[in-house]
Design a binder for this molecule. Structure first.
Ligand SMILES: *Cc1c(COP(=O)(O)O)cnc(C)c1O
Length: 409
C-alpha cells in the first residue's frame, strides 16, 4: 500500500460514513447497489446549480458557453479514464441500463436477422439479459448462455463451443454484481472477433473496482453508471468504437441530435451528439467528472490492491461463522461477498444486520439466473468499496454470530 492511501482521510471525504444508523455507526456494504459520494462531488453539484446553471449547445451567452465547455471537457475526462481513443466515443446516457438498451436498439436491430445468435453468460445482471431477449424475440434470433462452474467461474471452453458464424453479439459483464466474479473480457473479445461478432461489456462493476482500458480490452462497447462510481445517479456512459457509432442510427429523436430538420426529411448529427437527444443531465456530467478526478486522486491501482486485501480478510473471517456458505468463490473477484447462513432467510439476516447499522443487500441482486444456478432464491451480499475497513468486517462477523443466536443456528 502506498503512503498516499490514507483510509482515515478517505473516510472523512464521505460525510455519510459518519452517520449513526439506529444508534450505531453506519457500516455501508451495499456499494454494488450504489456507492456513497465524496464531498467534492456534492460540492460540484451545488456549485453547478448555485453559480453555473445553463443549458448547453444553445446559447451565445456566457453561462451557456461555459456549461458547454465544461460538458465537453467532462467527456474528454471520461474518455481518458477508460483510455478511449477519442472523446467522441463517449456517449452520455442515464446509466448502464440505458447504455445497453441503446446498443440493442441502434446496433442490434439493424444488424440482427432470424437465426442469428447473441451470447450472454449465466452471471449477467437483468439489464444485460432482458434487452437482448427483447431483441431476439423481435428478430427471431436466439439467446445462448455461457454456463458457470460451481465456484462461479465463466466457463471459457463452453463459450468457445457456443461461438459460431451465427454469433453476432457477445454481451458479458466485466464483473458480476451478484458474486464478484471477474470475467476474462479481453480473451472473450479476442475470440468473439475471430468469429466476426462484436462484444458489449457491462462495466457497471468493472470501473468502480478495476483499472479499465478499452483499447487494451478491444471491446466494441463498454457501459457503466456514474452512481456506482461515487458519482451522481441519472448519469452513465456508453463507450463505443468510432466506426460502429458512426454506422448506427439514432436511439431517440429530438433536439440536439440533429443536423438539419425539415418536413422533407431530417439529417442527424455525428456521434456522440446523435445519441444525446434532448437536454442531458448536465449537472450529473459535472458530478461524474468530479468523481473520476476523486478516484484518480486515490489511484486505481491502489484501490484494486486495498480492496483485494479487504476481500481476502472478509473471506477468511466469514468462513469461520457456523453455517455460512459463500456463494461464488471464483479465483478472481472484485470485493463482493455473497452468502447464505444455514436456512435463515436472507431478508431476516438483513433485518438483524440493519438493527446493527450494517447495510447489506438481501435478495436476488437483479441476477435471478445466477441465483437459479445455485438453487437459492436469494443471498445476502456485502459489496465493498475502498472506504470500507477491516473493523467494519469485524462488525459484520459479530453481527452474524448474533443472527445465529437469534435464529438458533
Ligand atoms: C447496477 C448494475 C447494472 C444496472 O445499472 P443501472 O445503474 O441500474 O442502470 C447493470 N449491470 C451490473 C453488473 C450492475 O451492477
Amino acid at each position: 500500500m502506498t503512503a498516499s492511501f490514507d483510509i482515515a482521510k478517505i473516510r472523512r471525504d464521505f460525510p455519510v460514513l459518519g452517520e449513526k444508523i439506529r444508534g450505531k455507526d453506519l457500516v455501508y456494504f451495499d456499494n454494488g447497489a450504489t456507492t456513497q459520494k465524496p464531498l467534492t462531488v456534492i460540492y460540484a453539484l451545488q456549485r453547478y446549480y448555485a453559480r453555473e446553471n445553463a443549458n448547453i449547445h444553445r446559447g451565445v451567452h456566457f453561462l451557456s458557453q461555459q456549461a458547454t465547455f465544461a460538458y465537453e471537457r467532462s467527456r474528454g475526462r471520461v474518455g481518458q479514464f477508460i483510455n478511449a481513443r477519442e472523446s467522441s466515443e463517449i456517449v452520455f446516457v442515464r446509466g448502464t441500463t440505458e447504455a445497453l438498451n441503446l446498443v440493442a436498439h441502434s446496433y442490434g436491430r439493424p444488424q440482427l436477422g432470424p437465426d442469428d445468435e447473441i451470447i450472454v453468460s449465466q452471471l449477467e445482471h437483468h439489464s444485460n439479459i432482458v434487452p437482448w431477449q427483447m431483441l431476439c424475440e423481435e428478430k427471431g434470433a436466439r439467446l445462448r448462455v455461457v454456463p458457470i462452474s460451481d465456484t462461479g467461474e465463466f466457463l471459457f471452453d463452453e463459450y468457445e463451443r457456443l461461438l459460431s458464424e451465427r454469433t453476432r453479439i457477445v454481451a458479458v459483464a466485466h464483473a458480476s454484481n451478484a458474486l464478484g466474479t471477474i470475467l476474462p473480457v479481453k480473451e472473450i473479445t479476442a475470440l468473439a472477433h475471430q468469429h466476426g461478432a462484436i462484444v458489449v461489456v457491462d462495466g457497471a462493476q468493472g470501473v468502480p473496482h478495476l483499472p479499465v482500458d478499452v483499447q487494451d480490452l478491444d471491446c466494441d462497447f463498454y457501459a457503466f453508471s456514474g452512481h456506482k462510481l461515487f458519482g451522481p445517479t441519472g448519469i452513465g456512459v456508453l463507450y463505443g468504437k468510432q466506426a460502429l457509432l458512426h454506422a448506427m442510427p439514432p436511439y431517440e429523436g429530438g433536439g440536439s441530435m440533429i443536423e438539419k430538420v425539415s418536413f422533407d426529411g431530417t439529417t442527424y448529427a455525428p456521434p456522440p451528439t446523435r445519441f444525446e437527444a434532448g437536454t442531458p443531465h448536465i449537472a450529473g456530467v459535472t458530478g461524474l467528472e468530479t468523481a473520476i478526478d476523486y478516484v484518480n486522486s486515490v489511484g486505481k491501482e491502489q484501490i484494486a490492491a486495498y480492496e483485494a486485501d479487504l476481500l481476502a480478510y472478509a473471506d477468511a473471517a466469514l468462513s469461520e461463522i457456523p453455517g455460512l456458505r459463500l456463494i461464488g468463490t471464483a479465483r478472481e473477484r472484485v470485493a463482493v461477498i455473497s452468502f447464505t447462513l444455514g436456512d435463515i432467510h436472507p431478508h431476516d439476516i438483513g433485518t438483524v444486520l440493519d438493527a446493527e447499522g450494517i447495510a447489506v443487500r438481501a435478495g436476488h441482486h437483479c441476477a435471478q439466473p445466477t441465483m437459479q444456478f445455485y438453487q437459492v432464491p436469494a443471498t445476502v451480499r456485502a459489496s465493498l468499496a475502498f472506504y470500507n475497513t477491516r473493523a467494519e468486517i469485524d462488525a459484520l462477523v459479530a453481527a452474524l454470530h448474533k443472527v445465529n443466536k437469534v435464529f438458533g443456528g
